[in-house]
Design a protein around this ligand. Sequence first.
Ligand SMILES: Cc1cc2nc3c(=O)[nH]c(=O)nc-3n(C[C@H](O)[C@H](O)[C@H](O)COP(=O)(O)OP(=O)(O)OC[C@H]3O[C@@H](n4cnc5c(N)ncnc54)[C@H](O)[C@@H]3O)c2cc1C
Ligand code: FES
Length: 321
Amino acid sequence: MTGGLLTEPAPAAPWPPVQRVVTVAGRRPVGAYVELSLAAPEVAERAVPGQFVAFAVGGPTSAHLLRRSIAIAGVGGGQVQVVVSAHGPGSSWLAGLAPGDVVDVVGPLGRPFPMPPPGTPALLVGGGYGAAALVGLAGRLRATGSEVAAVTGAASAGRLCSVQELGSLAAPFVVMTDDGSAGRRGWVTDAVAELVNGAGVVYACGPMGMLRAVADVATAAGVPSYVAVEESMACGIGVCMTCVLPVVGGDGRTRFARSCVEGPVFGGDRVRFADVGTLPADVVGADAMGLTPPAVPTPAGSPPTPVAPPEADPGTPGASS
Ligand SMILES: Cc1cc2nc3c(=O)[nH]c(=O)nc-3n(C[C@H](O)[C@H](O)[C@H](O)COP(=O)(O)OP(=O)(O)OC[C@H]3O[C@@H](n4cnc5c(N)ncnc54)[C@H](O)[C@@H]3O)c2cc1C
Ligand code: FES
């Protein structure tokens, strides 16, 4: 991470978001995933690539209190598309919805992918279902005169997503799988390293490890990058602090940013990936959290004297950083 590429976030999304009970207009399997089309015109007309929606899951008598966040994969004709990977109770319930069912949705939420100056060549990098969230971005970039290259990857062929859609908008377009069951065998970063020097900006959506690797390649090449992170979210609207991660600001200082409202898209050179899930001692407010001792008060006019830090406790979160 250099922190020097000045990747700035997009402005905050308009508030409040739309909350509606909407009808499932379509459902189709997409490899290992399920794509749902929702009749949600008010969400569709406001949505911008990179944003997400949050679903109440389990039906009207559900005991699942937390909404589930899912990236917006496309909009059109008053509908919103999402691609769901079923694994836990909420995502499995969503993936089991059928046309005609209703679901309570809030959105669009979060900050979208910032657009580069018109004509900037862009490299889009998707991992698994994360590729779906890049299709709308590819179309938007092309509409503003950008050449779009793309790389998409997954563990195996069945876990790829939106290959046709992204492939029709990007050239070159490279498919990578870990096991070689589709496209080239290897990691997306293999192809990113080959293409990054032709890009003026890189966008990535996928698993955290992939985002980190892509951001590292882009930053090392001096190319700004934007990553859409997928931190666990409880409220989705900026209240609970569940979704925070350490992000370096324009002043060079690290703060915990809420990925639901300050993100989910961040500058790739801004996210301290190695410290995600920890409490870094240099984060703004660390002293208030008991991570670093407060400065000892001194007479007016002289600078405060910091207290020597205590021995790092191996059991203290962030002690290793
Ligand atoms: C911005 C964003 C975009 C996403 N896009 C997609 C997408 O396009 N497709 C897709 O399939 N998935 C997507 N996800 C992931 C999806 O939200 C989760 O897979 C889903 O919430 C899991 O719910 P579950 O009940 O199936 O599983 P569980 O793992 O059982 O999750 C249950 C609930 O607990 C919450 N939770 C988990 N860990 C914690 C924690 N440590 N503290 C507080 N709450 C926690 C989860 O957010 C969820 O609400 C996205 C997530 C985010 C944040
Ligand atoms: S999920 Fe509650 S603040 Fe982000």
